[in-house]
Write a protein that binds this ligand. Structure first.
Ligand SMILES: [Zn+2]
Ligand SMILES: [Zn+2]
Length: 121
């Protein structure tokens, strides 16, 4: 079995030697907490939530096929579908709140709109 390379913690100034991660346990935890705080919709997905999102997309596919309902554009065929929080978590929506379906590009468009605070849905 290849041994993981030992290196120092990626946190500047931390002398801890680590093998499996880039950071020592303490700094890994701080890093995780930081990511949870700054990217709430990405970093906090639990396994159950991932399953729920997949089920939402699967159910949509079964009913409508590979169609994106469109965000600010008419519906069109797309097989790159993702689950989307109707009320974005970044705007205070619940993590387990209702989900819709959008394709990756519509979801990204909606995401950038939400960040600018102009999404009114
Ligand atoms: Zn460290
Ligand atoms: Zn789309």
């Amino acid at each position: 079995m290849p041994r993981a390379t030992a290196r120092v913690c990626a946190q500047p100034g931390c002398p801890q030697i680590v093998r499996d991660n880039n950071r020592c346990p303490q700094h890994q935890r701080e890093r995780d907490a930081y990511q949870r705080a700054t990217v709430p919709t990405k970093a906090t997905y639990t396994y159950a939530e991932q399953k729920r999102r997949k089920a939402t997309v699967d159910a949509w596919r079964e009913e409508h096929g590979d169609w994106c309902p469109g965000y600010e554009v008419p519906a069109y065929p797309s097989d790159r579908l993702t689950a989307d929080h109707l009320t974005p978590v970044g705007l205070g929506g619940a993590q387990d709140g209702p989900l819709g379906v959008l394709c990756i590009s519509c979801n990204a468009r909606k995401g950038s709109r939400v960040q600018r605070g102009t999404d009114t849905r």
